[in-house]
Structures are given as structure tokens and as C-alpha cells.
Design a protein around this ligand. Structure first.
Ligand code: GAL
Length: 443
């Protein structure tokens, strides 16, 4: 089943998704004692660091990681930069707003005004293709050779980052988007078993009804982009990986009855959510779970970094499980860093890219960020309980690309889907209109 699913996916994804799953197995099998190869690679990158760091320079790093686990992850990279490149000053160009909700538009204006930062984060996959097609990022294939990165990442992840034989960014991590974070006490107080798992959306609705009857918010959510992410996970759950992938490859009919049924489930899920959602961002919605105001929240595993930053403990303070109906499926995305065309401090940017790709950089960053390293030589024992489970799942699950986080669809299509979703969830359209607008987003 898994192999068939992967076989039917677009050529680009096909290799990537199969290959990175295998790489996950490699990561899983790697113990502390096995990390010698990684150390060697790191030493050689440190050697080149000294040359580059000879002259003092700076690097403006553009992200949307401004607080909690996200900022802690960024800080991890900054500390490795300070160690390896003491002459490179870090300039924080971060713009607040989950999933780049404010940052991406600002970045676009800066790129169009020929005022790029020295490096910016972009998602591996269709989103990165947009920057490449617009001629906004440099081919950095040579840096892969210089920093010894060519063998550091799963070959098929690199394929997702490569266009026409050139490579344009360095991946920092692998995140999972289809995770439910839940409060076991709220679930128990609603008369439910906190260890229960839900095989389908229908099973979950029964539990959500019970929580709602207990007077708590059953499912917390925030502004539009978190609603789009919820939508993506419902589509994966109800359609299954093949048909979900088909949505992005022109092989699944957006107007079909199975998509209608998924949208009905999405509509029902939204009926369990907090009404102040459009004024919140993802940490607020997650906070409703940890404070005991809500039972469940669907969020990517940057939530694991946030929960760690708040010193909360898995199993007692919170529990996690795949979105009902997506067990065995890993809804994947990867953050990566670029060298923009016209970057004012290319040497600073190169130092940053070296750090992002290095074993120390990936370890420091991912430990705090909740994601897992993209490198295959990281030591799983360095990571927390959730991350170890993600490493294991990544090695065995069917991998599908995230819509909301740039892996599946170009920015223009995501924007059209976001507009349609916001219109629907704020009462501006009915389900039939919503479905036809989603269909139209495919172009
Ligand atoms: C994603 C990004 C993650 C995390 C998340 C929430 O787009 O890939 O690293 O930052 O947004 O802000």
C-alpha cells in the first residue's frame, strides 16, 4: 500500500517521498557512537569557516521565528554561528506571525525593491520553486561541495530542492504538520479515556461532542493559516495519501463527492472551535490546550518546541497523536535557507548556510524547534520523546507534502485556497461555493 502510494505520486515527489523515508530509517539506526562521520564532516566545514571569517561582516537572517520554541531554535543557530564565525555579526530580520503570515508579503516587497536580506527561510518544494522561477535566489551548488553537504542529506530531499540540476537552498529540518496536541485532564474530565486514539474523523466527533458538553472548547484554533492547515489534514484523513497527492498533481477532481465529504468534515470540525479564532495565532490556540481551556489542537510539531520552551512534559501535561485517520502518514515540510540574488553580505550569508547545514547547527536548532534534523547523521538520543517518535515515524510512514507550508502547491494557489477558506469560515460562502473556489485555485 505504501509503495503503491509513493509510485503514483508525481515524479519529483515520488523519489523524494520514498527516499527521505528511507533516510529516516538511517537516522533511526544511528546511535551516539555512530556519529563519527558527522563529526568529520563538521570539522571540515569549520576549516573553511576560518578562512571566510577572516574579514568582519554581518548577516541579516530573515525568518518568522520571533518567540518561544521558534526563537529558541533560531538562537541555537546563532550560538553555533558565534562559535564558528566569530567575525560574522547576526542581524535578526525576523517578522512575527506564524507560518510567515506577515513575513512572506514583506519579503516579496523587499525582493521586488531589490532590497533582499542576506538570507531568508523558504520551504522545500513548490514554494521554493516560485523564488527560483522569479530569479530571486542564487544557485548555491558550489557551497554544497565547499561545505561537504552533498552526502549530508537524503539525496531525494535534495531533489526536492533542486531545479534543472541546480540547488538553491540548505535544508534545516523536517517538520510534521498532522499532529493533535491534547490536554489529558480536560479529556478525562469529559468522561473520556485520555489514552484513546481515534481511527476516523467520525470517532473523533464523538469525543469532541463529549468535550463540548463538558463546557470546554473541544478544538482550539487560530487565524486563517491554522484553519488551512486543519483543512489539509482533513483532506489527508478522508481522501487518503494517493488522492490527497492527486489534488496537487491534477489527478484528483476537486469537485468530486469525496472532496465534498471531506469539506463537510472540515465544516463540522470548525463548529467545535473557539469563536475568537481569527484574532489568535498558533501559540494562543496551543495555549488554550495547556491552560485547560480546550481539549485538542491540530498543529505542526513546532508545537513540541513551544511546549519544551514552557517546560511542559509529554504524557502528563500534554499528549499527542496523529490527526485521526492519518496514522501512518507523515504530512511533511522542510525549512531551508537561501542566498538571495543581490544579498548585500554574501560572505555572511555563506557562513549562515554553512551553520544551517552543519551537524552542530542542525542539532542545536532542531533540539529547540521540535523538528528533526534533515541531516542523516544526527544522533536521535539528542532529541526529546516526541522528536524520537517523529524520527521513527518518518522512517516508516507514507510521506505527503504539506499544503500550508509550501511543499505541495505554489504560493499563488495557497493564497487562493487561504482566501476561500477564510471566506467560508467567516460565513461569507457556503460549502458548494467553497468547493468550487478550491477547484478554481488549481488553475
Ligand atoms: C511554518 C514553518 C515552521 C514554523 C511554522 C509556524 O511555515 O515551516 O518552521 O515556523 O510555520 O510559524
Amino acid at each position: 500500500m505504501e509503495a503503491q502510494t509513493i509510485m503514483r505520486v508525481h515524479r519529483r515527489y515520488a523519489g523524494v517521498l520514498a527516499g527521505i523515508a528511507v533516510a529516516g530509517l538511517t537516522l533511526m539506526g544511528c546511535s551516539s557512537g555512530d556519529s563519527g562521520g558527522g563529526d568529520t564532516a563538521t570539522e571540515s566545514t569549520s576549516g573553511s569557516a576560518t578562512d571566510t571569517a577572516g574579514a568582519a561582516t554581518e548577516v541579516e537572517v530573515f525568518t518568522w521565528w520571533t518567540s518561544g520554541g521558534e526563537k529558541a531554535g533560531l538562537d541555537g543557530l546563532v550560538s553555533v554561528l558565534a562559535e564558528k564565525y566569530p567575525n560574522v555579526e547576526f542581524i535578526n530580520g525576523a517578522v512575527a506571525g506564524g507560518a510567515g503570515s506577515a513575513a512572506k508579503d514583506l519579503l516579496q516587497s523587499r525582493l521586488q525593491a531589490n532590497d533582499p536580506p542576506d538570507t531568508f527561510q523558504a520551504h522545500a518544494g513548490a514554494e521554493l520553486d516560485d523564488y527560483i522561477a522569479a530569479g530571486q535566489v542564487e544557485d548555491i551548488s558550489d557551497l554544497y561541495t565547499e561545505f561537504g553537504l552533498t552526502d549530508a542529506f537524503p539525496a531525494d530531499l535534495l531533489d526536492l530542492l533542486t531545479v534543472d540540476g541546480a540547488i538553491y537552498s540548505v535544508p534545516a529540518n523536517i517538520h510534521r504538520a498532522n499532529v493533535v496536541w491534547a490536554n489529558p485532564s480536560v479529556i478525562e474530565a469529559a468522561g473520556l479515556d485520555p489514552t484513546a486514539t481515534y481511527a476516523t474523523m467520525a470517532d473523533w466527533f464523538t469525543a469532541l461532542d463529549a468535550v463540548q458538553a463538558s463546557g470546554k472548547t473541544a478544538l482550539s484554533i487560530a487565524t486563517t493559516w491554522t484553519q488551512v492547515q486543519l483543512l489539509e489534514t482533513v483532506l489527508i484523513s478522508d481522501l487518503g495519501p494517493d488522492a490527497y497527492n492527486g489534488l496537487w498533481l491534477g489527478e484528483t477532481d476537486w469537485t468530486g463527492a469525496d472532496v465534498t465529504a471531506a469539506l463537510e468534515d472540515f465544516q463540522k470540525l470548525m463548529s467545535y472551535t473557539n469563536t475568537d479564532r481569527d484574532g489568535l495565532d498558533w501559540p494562543d490556540a496551543l495555549g488554550m490546550v495547556t491552560s485547560g481551556d480546550a481539549a485538542f489542537n491540530v498543529m505542526g510539531d513546532w508545537a513540541a518546541g513551544e511546549l519544551d520552551a514552557e517546560s511542559l512534559t509529554a504524557g502528563t501535561d500534554y499528549i499527542y497523536f496523529p490527526v485521526p485517520g492519518t496514522d501512518g502518514i507523515f504530512d511533511f515540510l522542510a525549512d531551508s535557507f537561501t542566498l538571495p540574488v543581490g544579498a548585500p553580505h554574501p560572505d555572511g550569508a555563506k557562513a549562515w548556510l554553512d551553520v544551517v547545514g552543519s551537524l552542530e547547527g542542525q542539532t542545536a536548532f532542531n533540539k529547540a524547534k521540535g523538528s528533526i534534523p534533515a541531516r542523516t547523521d544526527a544522533d536521535p538520543m539528542e532529541f526529546n520523546e516526541y522528536q524520537q517518535s517523529a524520527i521513527k515515524d518518518f522512517g516508516s510512514d507514507t510521506i505527503v507534502p504539506s499544503l500550508m507550508h509550501g511543499a505541495a502547491a505554489p504560493i499563488a494557489q495557497l493564497n487562493a485556497i487561504s482566501d476561500a477558506t477564510s471566506k467560508f469560515t467567516t460565513g461569507g460562502s457556503d460549502l458548494a461555493t467553497f468547493q468550487s473556489e478550491l477547484a478554481a485555485s488549481a488553475g
